[in-house]
Ligand binder design. Sequence first.
Ligand code: KG4
Ligand code: ZN
Length: 338
Amino acid sequence: MLILGIDTSCDDTSAAIVENGCRIISNVVSSQSEIHAKYGGIVPELASRRHIEMIIPVVDEALSQAGVRLDDLAAVAVCHGPGLIGSLLVGCSYAKAACYARGIPLVAVNHLEGHILSVFLGESAPEFPFLSLVVSGGHTSLYVAEDFGSYRELGRTRDDAAGEAYDKVSKLLGLGYPGGPLIDSLAAMGDPDALEFPRAYLPESLDFSFSGLKTSVLNHLHHRTQKTASAGPLPQKEVQDIAASFQKAVVDVLVRKTEWAIKRQGVSRVSLAGGVSANRSLRDRMKAMASERGVEAFIPPVPLCTDNAAMIAAAGYHRARRNEYAGLELNPRAYLPL
Ligand code: KG4
Ligand code: ZN
């Protein structure tokens, strides 16, 4: 069963062909990072305009790399939320038009379900139930995946998502966008114990909070500028230390809270998903924690952590198997609970 997946939820235009929900035949991602970099974050209007330019070439490329035509598809799976409404509209409009023109069934996929099921595109896939930490630019949540289509949220961020904190701290440091990969690289050269940034463990809950950490980095930079009375750029070593100390605070919280969730739920499998799970330190420390606890860890390859349409096609396959098709009246939704 061949499914064309489409994701235009944020700032990447992506299309993929996936067979039976697990074999990627093509997965094309056109990044807009360069467009948004000079603003230090995504400009929604620019994102939607770029999606309009890219959607047809990106889908054509995914079909051509896979050597298939629209008529060979069992369904088109499109991400209809959550995300930026103007961006989502482009993918949904394309998908509906293609399905209408060719008489292909349409499947609507929640972006978060796509991230959770990205783990089925890796080399080894978990059995249900498993714990999934979804950690991206827009979300930071812990779920128990009980079956395909059945997810129970245990906790979520009360303010900033972890990726958002990375992007904002990167902007404060004058590094660029997206901040995650930049801070990840700088952190590898810094001292993670150079600065003591706060960790919001919220002990009674599996919720997260990262806005205090971001403010603490901001305060540190203010004090630093006042002390030296210089507004010039920080020495590279200092930037590396801030990056490493900030990253350690984020990863400490993500790993510790995942460990609590494992204990509370008594699960024996854990997975990571979303852009921040591309982070080297998070991947290593999550694996180490899982192995200490005798829990199996499933972490998708890096290109499947950040936004991609293969994960949408994989989730779409399982919906199609259950005959959960969408009508052509499908509308995207910026806020869409899983
Ligand atoms: O899943 P994703 O591609 O888009 C959303 O659904 O939000 O995640 C993007 C986020 C950005 O905030 C980016 O800075 C972060 O993932 N990210 C990283 C890394 N690579 C991407 N954060 C930390 N370390 C990385 N290596
Ligand atoms: Zn995402």
